[in-house]
Unconditional design. Structure first.
Length: 331
């Protein structure tokens, strides 16, 4: 089973437009135009998200996928059954599947598709803006789970910035500080200083498992702060999301399970070690929520990022099945 040619054009066109986090404007405008052509009431919202609404009725479903990507250019092309390109998996494939599935309205169901900005940045600006709005009845986050799997949990995230100023006679103040952290170094920016001192700025990311308080990690990291004449270390929090787990027995999760079976699959529920916009939206909305989308997450952020076109088509079928089941919730 292959996708409708218009749906394949949609995902390829979206992948062909570079949209590194915080530079998503061109892709947002393009997607708004494409949604408008498909009958959506489409706008760019105050946060810079691409937003399209279609259908009407008492039951509201939000399909929110991020439109930004990590850096790294990959020549966009089709190789056999695969679309190759930055963002094909994470997460323009899921976002394009949302638009394709929602293009055919379901009676009584209002669907809002959001192409959210800055998910790959600590800010999560797009999701945080949508979180200030009224909660929908159901929400699906666009992330690669595989067409026959649903994600119901993510670890949390704590991102710290550490600024180090150390005497050149000291052995790498930044190096000494990072040795004292049980963490992952996400980025480092070093400066030559003034000849007497060396400077460095580090961004440090923790993955916070369920049951652990990120506040405890913040307090532990603050113990690094020091000023002893030779070395000054300043630690600030850049971003924080708590771990999240949603019920695999919710009406939305059950709708996915049935839709996947109807499409010929066997449903798997996943818990992921990363984070997503679910970490932002579930605490704010508390509605039934899962993450779903075509693609193998092992290709996330890699130089060989690629999406199975067949699985993209299958995911559209599954999403249409889920939306049709939303109409059954109307009383």
């Amino acid at each position: 089973m292959g996708p409708d040619p218009a749906d394949l054009d949609l995902v390829r066109g979206l992948v062909e437009i570079p949209s590194v986090s915080r530079r998503e404007g061109e892709a947002v405008e393009w997607l708004v135009l494409r949604m408008g052509e498909r009958g959506f009431r489409a706008i760019v919202d105050d946060a810079g998200n691409a937003v399209g609404e279609i259908g009407g009725g008492p039951f509201h479903v939000v399909l929110l996928g991020h439109i930004d990507t990590v850096p790294g250019e990959i020549d966009v092309r089709i190789e056999g059954d695969e679309l190759v390109g930055r963002g094909a998996v994470d997460a323009k494939g899921p976002l394009a599947a949302f638009v394709a599935a929602a293009t055919k309205p379901v009676p009584g169901v209002r669907v809002t598709v959001v192409g959210a900005v800055e998910e790959e940045s600590p800010t999560s600006k797009g999701a945080r803006h949508r979180a200030t709005l009224a909660a929908p009845d159901w929400c699906v986050i666009g992330e690669p789970s595989g067409w026959d799997a649903v994600t119901v949990a993510y670890k949390g995230r704590l991102t710290l910035e550490e600024r180090v100023r150390a005497s050149r006679g000291e052995r790498g103040g930044a190096e000494r500080a990072s040795e004292r952290l049980d963490c992952r170094l996400e980025s480092i920016d070093t400066g030559s200083g003034d000849g007497l001192f060396e400077r460095a700025r580090l961004r440090i990311g923790y993955r916070v498992p369920p049951g652990m308080d990120s506040g405890d990690l913040e307090r532990a990291a603050s113990d690094l702060a020091q000023s002893d004449g030779d070395t000054t270390v300043v630690v600030t929090t850049q971003g924080k999301e708590e771990p999240v787990r949603t019920a695999r027995t919710s009406p939305l999760a059950r709708a996915f399970a049935r839709a996947i079976v109807a499409a010929g699959g066997q449903t798997t529920f996943k818990e992921k070690s990363g984070t997503s916009d679910m970490n932002v939206l579930f605490p704010a909305w508390g509605c039934p929520m899962v993450a779903y989308g075509p693609g193998d997450s092992r290709y996330d952020h890699t130089p060989i990022e690629r999406l199975s076109i067949r699985d993209f088509a299958r995911s559209i079928s599954v999403l249409r099945g889920v939306l049709s089941r939303a109409s059954d919730r109307i009383i």
